[in-house]
Design a protein. Structure first.
Length: 248
């Protein structure tokens, strides 16, 4: 099997990062690019033998690009601090890399929200390109919702990557505020507006889409809360766009 570099970006992840690192102990190296943690994140990462570098945060895309550039090996496994490889996924990755037939692999990510594993809906089967040969591509440079742009063959691995994205409602809205602000600034810079009346009217439509069409009603109370919050996300984002536009 070719050597693998695990790559993460962090900031104040002490409460969630141990299981992530524990599931990466089989990797040949762990690279962590931190943007100014004030908790024990770096100490925890170093205890797992990670190479830790501090760098000012300039957006998710650019930060992950830089982290990938520090990897010693061509095969990189790029995770967020709240993503944990299941035991089966660890085994499957190591087996596949003994004889890789693709340049990149998408992993099936399953959301864990308010203590509920989402077994249904879009959030239970999102595929994200996390394992790839860095000679074939890297992350793009967008502020939020960054993705890997790869020239080559991509295949899927169906075993589960657990996504412990929000440990509390308070943390959800901290991230919600950060993500909507960064996305709104990027949209404002591109001078892309949205009709606010239509956006407001889209609230019930978006809720029904997430709750009924995507099947989150099958995930119980947590699915209802997730659908409600998800419906508000684009509305808040474009209200912030309007605010930023007005300041120009």
């Amino acid at each position: 099997m070719p050597p693998v570099s695990a790559v993460l970006i962090t900031r104040n992840e002490a409460g969630i990062i141990k299981p992530t690192l524990e599931a990466l102990k089989w990797c040949d190296e762990i690279i962590v690019v931190d943007s100014g943690s004030t908790d024990d994140t770096l100490a925890i990462c170093q205890s797992y033998g990670a190479k830790c570098i501090t760098r000012e945060f300039q957006g998710f895309g650019l930060q992950k690009q830089y982290a990938v550039s520090l990897a010693t090996h061509d095969w990189v496994l790029c995770l967020d601090a709240d993503e944990v490889l299941s035991n089966q996924l660890q085994t499957d990755i190591q087996t596949i890399l003994k004889n890789p037939t693709a340049d990149g692999y998408r992993l099936r990510r399953t959301l864990v929200f308010l203590g509920t594993v989402f077994k249904y809906g879009r959030e239970s089967k999102e595929y994200h390109l996390r394992l790839f040969n860095r000679t074939k591509g890297n992350f793009n440079s967008v502020q939020v919702h960054e993705k890997v742009e790869l020239i080559g063959n991509i295949q899927d691995i169906d075993s589960v990557l657990m996504h412990y994205s929000y440990i509390s409602i308070e943390q959800y809205f901290i991230k919600f505020n950060e993500y909507t602000s960064r996305a709104a600034k990027e949209i404002s810079a591109q001078q892309k507006g949205r009709n606010m009346v239509l956006l407001a009217l889209s609230l019930p439509f978006n809720f029904c889409k997430h709750y009924f069409v995507y099947g989150n009603f099958l995930n119980g109370a947590a699915g209802w809360v997730w659908s409600l919050f998800s419906a508000f996300y684009p509305v808040v984002k474009y209200i912030k766009v309007k605010e930023y536009d007005a300041k120009k």
